[in-house]
Design a protein around this ligand. Structure first.
Ligand code: PLP
Length: 361
């Protein structure tokens, strides 16, 4: 099949661009001496995680939810960090079950969860890595850096069945600060808070195997910090429209747009505009509307459930014409699709199941 024959709206992966992004990230991490653990929440697609590990230098994968991790493990990925807190009994039990067959780790930011994790893991006969998450400025999850982080690590280290696996210091709010200077300032503060936490761990005699964190917007900073050992970037493989609004740092690798929503013009009845068959059920709009790829004269200006309104001042669009839309935000866009159509030079090479799509429990 060619692009022109695919039923729309369809999620499209440009394989050469995806492969180039994997190679650029692999080289960037290797050059800076840090491990990559790509974040699978970006794509929820086991085959793409498998390629990130096989070709992209990723040591394992991150998942954000246990059900997402289950989909990856079921597909044969055997090293997963749930880079998030898990607190419900049933979810802890499912995580512990995974820990009996795969190398699993999870974040904590509350000491009351630790004995519950330990009991569940012992019940299932596994071992679980536990990463203490610290809040390095994002104002989301995470204990305070320094002594509180070391106290929680000591609780983890004392719990049979659990292995203290290090610190998670992810600064989500820094990823989309637009200028390199703003991002550098935010990550410099984060690095300082990591250092305070490492010092507190050392005072208690607790070795810290890893410091994990970082996303596509800032990873070169964490990688160069001398304290982070692992990078969790996810969006780099796809590059959405929102990430393209960041001014890249000079030493950062260039990533190409690899993810698109293919849409068909379904109406030209209005004047000065056309309507495509991809609305916000095909491309997420939480960080802005899609951008039309390769057609700077056409702007996507309005999304409803199943319609996208595009400007067409010169009335060049015809019924049935196809447009490639760059989604505003790749992660929730993947979550809208059952399949991603992998294309090379305009021809379909494979169709991958977005197997963890909708798996948020
Ligand atoms: C989303 C996320 C990432 C990856 O961020 P990108 O911006 O997609 O590279 C890494 N770590 C955590 C904890 C995240 O939530």
């Amino acid at each position: 099949m060619t692009l022109g024959e695919i039923a729309t709206p369809a999620l499209i992966l440009d394989l050469p661009a995806f492969e180039a992004n994997l190679a650029a990230m692999r080289q960037a991490c290797a050059a800076r001496g840090v491990r990559l653990r790509a974040h699978g929440k970006a794509h929820k697609t086991p085959e793409l995680a498998r390629r990130q590990i096989a070709d992209g230098g990723s040591a394992g994968i991150c998942a954000q939810k246990v059900a997402e991790a289950e989909a990856f493990v079921r597909a044969g990925i055997d090293d997963v960090l749930v880079a998030n807190e898990v607190v419900a009994d049933g979810t802890i039990d499912r995580l512990a079950r995974l820990s009996a067959t795969a190398r699993m780790a999870v974040c904590v930011d509350d000491a009351t969860v630790v004995p519950r994790l330990g009991a569940a893991v012992r019940r299932h006969g596994g071992t679980l890595g536990v990463v203490v998450e610290i809040d390095v400025g994002a104002g989301r999850c995470g204990v305070s850096p320094g002594t509180p982080a070391a106290d929680l690590a000591a609780t983890v280290a004392a719990e049979p069945g659990l292995r203290f696996a290090g610190l998670q210091a992810y600064h989500g709010a820094a990823q989309h600060l637009r200028t390199p200077d703003e991002r550098a300032a935010a990550i410099a503060r984060a690095v300082d808070l990591v250092r305070q936490s490492l010092a507190a761990l050392e005072r208690r005699g607790i070795p810290c195997p890893d410091v994990t964190g970082a996303g596509t917007g800032t990873f070169t900073l964490e990688a160069a910090s001398g304290v982070y050992t692992e990078v969790q970037a996810g969006s780099y493989a796809f590059m959405d429209a929102d990430y393209a609004r960041n001014t890249p740092a000079e030493d950062a690798p260039a990533f190409a747009h690899a993810l698109f929503v293919l849409a068909t013009v379904m109406s030209t009845a209005g004047s000065g505009r056309a309507v495509v068959d991809a609305g916000h059920k095909a491309a997420s709009i939480d960080t802005g509307l899609p951008v039309v790829h390769g057609r700077p004269e056409i702007a996507y200006v309005g999304a409803s459930d199943e319609h996208g309104v595009v400007t067409d001042p010169a009335s060049t669009l015809r019924l049935g014409d196809r447009l490639l839309l760059i989604p505003g935000h790749c992660d929730p866009t993947f979550n809208l699709h059952d399949h991603v159509v992998a294309v090379r030079e305009g021809r379909v090479e494979a169709v991958f199941a977005v197997a963890a799509r909708g798996k948020g429990w």
